[in-house]
Design a protein around this ligand. Structure first.
Ligand code: IPM
Ligand code: MG
Length: 385
């Protein structure tokens, strides 16, 4: 064995030990928080970078209005959490600085604006994405991303596994030699079972008749193979629901096929395919700027836009034209998650009305379109229609 191989093998061994310890933690962690039993629900609000603070300000304003009674009665607190910015994260060389992680952990649910992720080309190679770090740190194992285009019969709900796959140890790959780089893909029974159960439970509760499992198990035999088999096994506990499975490439194509795409309902995907395919899916609905998502765990939940911080918009001076709807859709999911069904329905109705029916104001992302603030006012004025 060469010295290079020995060093790489040692790193691999340490990585495996850490993952096995994580499996044990997952086995022990199965207590769900019950939000309805809390004296006071603490909602953390994180601005993020780029267009993040702009769209988050609108979401905060609308939540303050919707939850005014509950806030006044001390049942809900909206708590601003400052400092999750790319400047601060780079200065501290931490994906999420410790003091911010502590503040996040003191909340029950979090509404988060997009945060900038530096890539290897930015000269700060190993700074992990704040999103990925938050998902891992708070064990937010399910990324739930709905996409709806009612007039085209599209009503999809994606359940993206959020803690494993190629993301689990994305910063812990190894350059074995100058010529050989290796990354690792992780799949565990516990994580696959919990995402599959959540997807099937959702299908059952919402009268959905079909769940599709998406993998590349024809090529990625071990991890995707396990993922597919475990999801199918869980599916057998739901005999009223039809399960089918698709490879990620052909599924990507079939989402464009007008005859096929309306047949998909609930989809379960490993992390990376879920990342890619949910961006494609959101495009049908009007782009990633219109799509929100939930990151759910047993104890914590974080709600966010599915897009990034759009630094180009800010650089080109178009930040004020950013679309707040993605984060407002995420806020609807958050309100439903904590059982504030009435407020959730009110906001959802206002969003549907402004985005799909009335369309008096339109966001274009540039001059000529509505500003984020104007659109926020428009939604606010449509809450009590
Ligand atoms: C998403 C984003 C993140 C991801 C990035 C910012 C790390 O694209 O939430 O889909 O890849 O998960
Ligand atoms: Mg993505």
């Amino acid at each position: 064995m060469t010295e290079n191989v020995r060093i790489a093998t040692e790193k691999f061994a340490a990585l495996l030990e850490k993952q096995l310890a994580r499996v044990e933690r997952m086995k022990a962690d199965n207590e769900m928080i019950d939000y309805t039993k809390l004296d006071k629900l603490i909602i953390g609000i994180v601005g993020g970078d780029g267009i993040g603070p702009i769209i988050t300000a609108e979401a905060q304003r609308i939540l303050e209005t919707l939850l005014a009674d509950k806030i006044r009665a001390g049942k809900v607190e909206l708590r601003m959490i400052e400092g999750l910015t790319i400047e601060n994260r780079l200065a501290q060389n931490k994906a999420i600085p410790d003091d911010i992680m502590e503040q996040l952990k003191a909340c029950h649910v979090i509404l988060k604006g997009p945060t900038t992720t530096p890539d290897a080309g930015d000269g700060c190679k190993n700074l992990e994405s704040a999103n990925v770090a938050m998902r891992k740190g708070l064990d937010l194992f399910a990324n739930v991303r709905p996409v709806k285009v009612p007039e085209q019969g599209i009503d999809w709900c994606f359940f993206r596994e959020n803690s494993e796959g190629i993301y689990a140890v994305g910063t812990e790959g190894v350059n074995v030699t100058e010529d050989l780089g290796v990354d690792f893909t992780i799949e565990t029974t516990q994580a696959t079972e919990r995402i599959a159960r959540m997807a099937y439970d959702y299908a059952r509760k919402n009268g959905k008749t079909r769940v599709s499992i998406i993998t590349k198990a024809n090529v990625v035999k071990t991890t995707d193979g396990n993922f597919l088999n475990i999801c199918k096994r869980i599916g057998q506990e739901y005999p009223e629901i039809t399960t089918d499975d698709w490879y990620a490439d052909i599924l990507t194509a079939k989402l464009i096929d007008p005859k096929r795409r309306t047949q998909f309902q609930v989809l379960i995907l490993p992390n990376l395919y879920g990342d890619i395919i949910t961006d494609e899916a959101a495009e049908f609905q009007g782009g990633v700027g219109t799509a929100g998502g939930a990151n759910l765990g047993n104890r914590y939940a974080m709600f966010e836009a599915i897009h990034g911080s759009a630094p180009r918009m800010v650089e080109e001076g178009r930040g004020q034209y950013a679309d707040p709807c993605s984060l407002l859709r995420a806020a609807v999911m958050m309100l439903n998650h904590v059982s504030f069904f009435e407020e959730a329905a009110k906001l959802e109705k206002a969003l549907d009305y402004c985005m799909f029916q009335d369309k008096k104001l339109v966001i274009t992302g540039r001059e000529g379109g509505a500003t984020c603030r104007e659109f926020g006012d428009y939604i606010m004025a449509s809450l009590d229609r």
